[in-house]
Ligand binder design. Sequence first.
Ligand code: HEM
Length: 490
Amino acid sequence: MGIGIVYRVGRKVLGVLATVARSERALMAEVLAPRQGNAVLRRQVARVRHEPTERAWFAALSASGCASQRVCTRSTGAPRRSHIDIYVWRHPMAADLEQGTARAAQGMHFDASLDCWVVDGYAEAVAVMREPALEIPLLPLPAAHLADSEQATLTPLWKQAMDTPLYSSGKAHRRLRAQLRGPFTHDAVDRWRPTIRRVADAAIDACTPCGKLEVIEDVAGPLLRQVMAEVVGIPQDRRAEFDLLANASMDAGKLATPQWSSAVLVEAARAVEQLGDLVHDLLGRADELPTGSVLARAAARRGADGGLSESELATNVRSLYTSGVYTTVFLVASAAYLLFCDEDVLREARRDDTVIRGVVHETLRYACPAVETNIRRATRDISIGMQTIRRGQFVRTAVLYANRDPQRFDAPDLFDHRRPSQGPSLAYGVGPHVCLGNHLATAVAEEVLRALAQPRRDVRLDTPHPTFHRRAAIPVMWGPDRVHLKLGPN
Ligand code: HEM
């Protein structure tokens, strides 16, 4: 028995060391010089590893908008230990798998150490995301990590996820999408563009006197909070309150990070309740809701067949807001970096406004902000290519790799904004769960880049250059921590 204990403790210690070393490699690749950007990013993408399956729980939480969206980087001074805690924190599903590493295979393979299928080929990724028998599971709560009282507080928050499109399927999923889709269609997004551009211009102009700006803090973050509040339907006078509550509600995702405490959870639960009250108030002042927004449309349809209940609306308004803000910020930052790190592309963009569209499109493929889509679970045996996925097995799809599949894209490790279309990037997923906000996210990135590339602003890349890495609290996301720019005289 003594030997058994020593063996288990030894394994655990080795596991911790292995995962820490791996996370260091995966997270800390530096972008050294702008002109080398492509080459450096090319090397980085090979270093992003599939991590043990317990992280699936975090992926699931993040995508539902429940996870903490705190951007934990060296520059915010947040403790690095949080990575370690996430890596060693074990989901029951992943017991004993902390030693696992996956091969960087093209296609798909079953990784015994991760206890799931790993998909990194383009065609296989598309097949997985389109397969209705592969559902996005609402994974069980990690009871071992929570006191009974915490479990009781967290369960209702977690169950709310079932009212979002991501965690629903079939008829329920179609109903939710149909009810929420209005503000996110191509045409609707074109109507938001002038607002997006106005907010972008104002944010950049506010930085002009100091001659520099940081894309995430000064432009993308504040812009996305404003635009997403407008799109979901929060009137100006309630936005600060709404933002605070939405962020507090996501803190439930700080589970197993050093920031976790019962108090955080109680606050998150209270925030969700207050958000419900806020949405109730807003629906009573329907004429003040921003035109065309999720809430304005829902208010106009109240009582109609299939309409969303107040509680469904509150859940989705919160989840759409956070999903929109904390994903798009990485697209904007990556695209800005890739535009400004290459003088030739920048010159072209200043001459020709349409070049920006190609830059954003290629950024979605080449520096895809989502490392992975949500984990799937097979509801029955199914075949993808030559492989059979058995009922109950899990599937992880690494879109960052699939977007660089040489079988689909010529010279996949080259950033080429003039690349002829070889199929859509998988950054937004495909199939029934394809990102509802994809047109909006793309439009935000395009408008911000257009505003920045205005010749009169004479914007240039500044140092220090960004580090691209997975986010500690949102491990499914990948992108630069900071992108510094210099502003010329007006
Ligand atoms: C660059 C920014 C974004 C990226 C990279 C992104 C990525 C994704 C991906 C990969 C999925 C599919 C997940 C899966 O199949 O497992 C997804 C779904 C979703 N996204 Fe986005 N997203 C972004 C922006 C947004 C925005 C702005 C919104 C706001 C409306 C949004 C709302 C959603 C929703 C509601 C779903 C679930 C759709 C469903 O299940 O039917 N996303 N997103």
